[in-house]
Each structure stands twice: as structure tokens, then as C-alpha cells.
Design a protein around this ligand. Structure first.
Ligand SMILES: Nc1ncnc2c1ncn2[C@@H]1O[C@H](COP(=O)(O)OP(=O)(O)O)[C@@H](O)[C@H]1O
Ligand SMILES: [Mg+2]
Length: 294
């Protein structure tokens, strides 16, 4: 099974949201990482054939998805970034309803719905209406509906949005237990969502695919370039301007920093093992949450 993305470009009224993306995806888990506005959702909507790209094409087993219609949809599961379900449906009825739309056999639906409710941890609230669900619960029912037809291609647009830390961990568990014979793509702007589950990471920046590599390969780009160091308070501004900063910790007049630099930045600096967070900072700049003052 192979999904081939050839020269995809897409614009919204003169603004290029996706530029010249080329890549091939075989079964595995792919983390699509990039800051807000990078083009992740646009790219995924093209992959599921919700929008047609201005240029380029997507091939599923060497056939254009635009010509495959139902044959493609039958093999696809999709969780859109904005997913609400139907407010007045119970969790169980909603899944049965979607199963029916997807043309699943009644017998299969029965078992499949119960399995999925268990898998996403919603079996106890299966009789509750979706309108009573928290953001995290809605995300989980969204993941379940995407899995109903046991798709070969599973596309999850920010599946962890609104999930609390334990729900995030649960999702990682779900993903890693799914069949190895699927192409799974999940988008996120949060490194820890994909750090341990992705076979490959796709870095999307300004609509361009700037990297496609295994996490280890990406980390190796920063070997000997990540430093832990101490600086004085009045040096903070200068260091922040000069380096990609992946962490700052200030305690009174003492400041500890984690930065990326080709050369040793000062006497106190020691090389530390690169982490995915450093990769994010290196390519995209600081994540608010990494900079902690107390
Ligand atoms: N329907 C639209 N009309 C105009 N601009 C859009 C539309 N959808 C997205 N954009 C713009 O395209 C860029 C990429 O958006 P999106 O694909 O949603 O990125 P991401 O999912 O990475 O946050 C953003 O600058 C966004 O504002
Ligand atoms: Mg998005």
C-alpha cells in the first residue's frame, strides 16, 4: 500500500497555504508537525479529497484519489480538526449512525461499535448525549468514528486538541496498538504527541515540507549542538536574540538556558542530548510553553 503525493500546491486567494509538496507514504505512523498556520489542515484535507489541490495529485496505490471515489473513501478514516458529531445523539447511536453511512454490515457494526467505545474509554458513557461531552470526550468519539471501517489510511487532524495529559497518553497507546498495515497521519503542534509514536516526522513550515525523517535521524541533525548553560540576568536578552532557545529557567539572578548553537556559547556550557523539543525550536522558533520564569 502506498500513498504518493506529487507536487501538491494550494492557494487561498493568492496566499499559498501548501507549496510543492512531494512525498511517499507507506504503512506506518507519521507525525505532521508544524506551528499554527503551517498548512497542516489544508494538506490533510487534500489527502482525504475534501479539497482539490490547485496543482499536483495524490495517488493511492498508483491511482489518483480524485478518480477513485467510494473505493478511496471505503479505505479512509478521517478526524477533521473541527469535529462535533451530532449533539442530540448518544455516543453509541452516533457511532452506529456513522457506521450505517459508511455502509457497514449490521452484525459487524454491533461488535465494532462496542470495541471502539471500549478502546477510547467511552463505554460507560455510551448512553450519554454528545452535547454533554467534554472537549476531550468529543475528540475520542471522533477518533472512534474514524476507525469504524477499519481504514487502511487514518488521518487525524490534531487528535489531541483538548485532551488532558492522561488522555494524550491513552491516545498514544491506541495508535501504537493499531494494525501495522495502516498509513496513519496525525497532525499536531505539540512535540510530545508524536515523539514516541511516530515512525517518521513530517515538518511543515509555511506550506512547505521541510523535513521527512525518523525521529532519530532528525535528532542526529543536532548532535553536539544542544547546550545547557548558565548566564547572568543581564545577558538574557542578548542570548535570546542570538540563539534558538529551547528552555529558560530563571531563579532570582541565576538563569539556566538550553539553546542550540554550532559553537560552545560560553564557559559554563555543556553538551546535552538533543530532544524533539530542540528540533521544534530549531526549525520553528520557541514554543511559549518552554520558556518558564519563576
Ligand atoms: N478557507 C480558507 N481561506 C483562506 N485562508 C485559509 C483558509 N484555510 C486556511 N487558510 C490559511 O492557510 C494557512 C494554513 O492554514 P491551515 O492549513 O489551517 O494550517 P494549520 O492547520 O497548520 O494551522 C493559514 O495561514 C490559514 O489562515
Ligand atoms: Mg489545522
Amino acid at each position: 500500500m502506498i500513498l504518493k503525493i506529487e507536487n501538491i500546491t494550494h492557494q487561498y486567494k493568492g496566499f499559498y497555504a501548501i507549496q510543492n509538496i512531494n512525498c511517499e507514504l507507506s504503512p506506518g505512523i507519521y507525525g505532521l508537525l508544524g506551528p499554527n498556520g503551517a498548512g497542516k489542515s489544508t494538506f490533510l484535507r487534500i489527502l482525504v479529497n475534501v479539497i482539490a489541490p490547485e496543482k499536483g495529485r495524490v495517488l493511492y496505490n498508483n491511482r489518483e484519489i480524485t478518480t477513485l471515489g467510494e473505493h478511496y473513501r471505503d479505505n479512509l478514516g478521517y478526524l477533521p480538526q473541527e469535529f462535533h458529531g451530532y449533539r442530540n445523539f448518544t455516543a453509541e447511536d452516533f457511532l452506529k449512525y456513522v457506521a450505517n453511512l459508511k455502509g457497514l454490515d449490521k452484525q459487524i457494526t454491533q461488535t465494532r461499535v462496542q470495541q471502539l467505545l471500549t478502546m477510547v474509554g467511552l463505554v460507560d458513557v455510551r448512553k450519554k448525549k454528545l452535547k454533554s461531552f467534554s472537549g476531550g470526550m468529543k475528540r475520542r468519539i471522533g477518533i472512534a468514528q474514524a476507525l469504524l471501517n477499519d481504514p487502511e489510511i487514518l488521518i487525524l487532524d490534531e487528535p489531541t486538541a483538548g485532551l488532558d495529559p492522561s488522555e494524550r497518553i491513552r491516545l498514544r497507546g491506541i495508535l501504537s496498538k493499531l494494525s501495522k498495515n495502516k498509513i496513519i497521519i496525525l497532525s499536531t503542534h505539540i512535540v510530545s504527541d508524536i515523539e514516541y509514536v511516530a515512525d517518521e516526522v513530517l515538518l511543515l513550515k509555511g506550506g512547505e515540507l521541510i523535513e521527512k525523517a525518523t525521529p532519530n535521524k532528525l535528532l542526529s541533525h543536532l548532535t553536539n549542538q544542544v547546550w545547557h548553560l548558565q548566564i547572568a540576568e543581564d545577558e538574557l536578552e542578548q542570548y535570546s536574540a542570538e540563539y534558538a532557545v529551547s528552555n529558560v529557567h530563571q531563579q532570582g539572578a541565576n538563569i539556566e538556558m538550553r539553546i542550540i548553537s554550532k559553537e560552545k556559547p560560553n564557559e559554563s556550557a555543556v553538551n546535552v542530548e538533543p530532544r524533539m523539543e530542540d528540533i521544534y525550536v530549531y526549525y520553528f522558533g520557541a514554543q511559549e510553553s518552554n520558556v518558564v520564569f519563576n
